[in-house]
Design a protein. Sequence first.
Lengths: 269, 312
Amino acid sequence: MRAEAVRARRLARVEREVDDVRTLYFGDMLCSLASPGQYVMVWAPGVDEVPMSLSTIGREGLSSVTVRSVGEATEALCGLEAGDEIGVRGPFGNGFSVQGTSPLVVAGGTGAASLAPLVEEMLGGGVEPTFVLGARSVDRLLFRERLGRLLGDRLVPATDDGSCGFRGLASECASTMLEERSFDIVYMCGPELMMASVFAEADGMGIPVQASLERHIKCAVGLCGSCGIGPYRVCADGPVFASDQLRTVRGELGRRRMGPSGRMVEVDH
Amino acid sequence: MRVVENGMSQLSLAVDLAGLRLRNPTLNAAGVLGISSPLLRRVYEAGAGAVVTKSIGPRPRAGHPNPTVSAVECGLLNAMGLPNPGAGYFAEEIRKLKDVGVPVVASFFGESVEAFAETAMVLAEAGADALELNCSCPNVEEEMGMLGADPAGVERVTAAVKGAVDPPVFVKLTPNVADIAEVARAAEQGGADAVTAVNTLLALAVDADLRRPVLANVTGGLSGPALKPVALRCVWEVAEAVDIPVIGCGGVSGWRDAVEFLLCGASAVEVGTALMTKGLDVFRDIPEGIRGYMEEQGFGEVGEIVGLAHEG
């Protein structure tokens, strides 16, 4: 079995997370060997195939992806039930690398999907992260229970409307945390404007960052270039980028991204 | 072998491809990382002799929906559908590459003879050192037809492009024809300065569990090791049919493959699918491997190897 070939996987379970977010569980040997931060190409047969971070890496059981319904493919995936089949390629990409002893993890929206397995790996290695979990409101805080069980009061919710925890953006909450406490590395995944803001702040303080970026992934094997950001391919060089790489692409990060034709378009979230 | 005064052998990997001077005989294949100047610059810095852009058309195209790629036995299947930002927009990417001294081969296409010529003019004007005429993409046949299968059409479009631009024009041939030599001769007749052999082989993958074709486009182009013996045969036949240089393409994964293409008559090789497994290091490893082969076998210049197998 090759990671680069499409293989059919039957959904063992589908769980409703918050509002329009579903977690799809399936058994897959290659996914069970993945690293936190790696992604798979998930195909809704007859619709489209999209990149999805692994939200569970089932070392001895089911793995999962967590999908918010935002377009044709994700809507189709969110409508699937146990017993339905999807196509899977991967896992692909580099994933996070655990460093430091006092990490700050920042998640916005569905960014928590790729960061939850990272937290599990950190805790397994005796590292206890502080986790800023951002969303518009309390009813959209993804994995609040799962992360709360793992982290206790090291989980810091941030909601735009103040309905839970810190009132304001995840980036603002992270900024406060960086000023008030001492961290030796920052991990993040979420809206690019959030990541650009947190990166600028952490980099200014000399704190290394690993950020999981998103671009238009087509081949997923480093050939076509559709996911290019500066000299990097998000699909194969990333999706996780470290501070020196983020500095290289500072002109694009949070500003512009390659659209489907290769023309640059503005980053708006 | 030439010997210089200090007694060290002087060996050159440089080749002259119809007037385009390359520091070594490797290029990336069209469609591989050619969508932006920073990615192509990286290909050049990794070691390629020159870079080939994604096939650029007159207007922006988003290409086909996913899945656009899937691995198959000994190769890769793709149907990207010629996504590109349009010649006017891409001209700036070529200028950026020329600003830093990267030799650029601009791959291009059009849906009519006029569109081919107009697109070529925009890319030549932007500074492309050579042009690669893509009349052989297997994945847009419903929209554009397979021009590359029609010798008269290939001759006509080549002549139109040659009449419109100054840089050398390479014509990229399709293997999906009964007689590739005939099409190569048509390109030469139309004034082509070189031919590239070959584009991908029309193919299909179907999933037994999902009971449907894997690619959204249903059919796609086969590349990688599975294509290599077909591509070698094509290079062989084309090299016997024309007097212009041949650029080999199809399943080149290492230096031995590259040498095999040279022996069959290619003056240079394009590398694509190998990047999936070997990364950009292939552009360092292949020239180094060719150098080692030349040292061991006593060759001083790449040109000495080209076509040698035909004499055997």
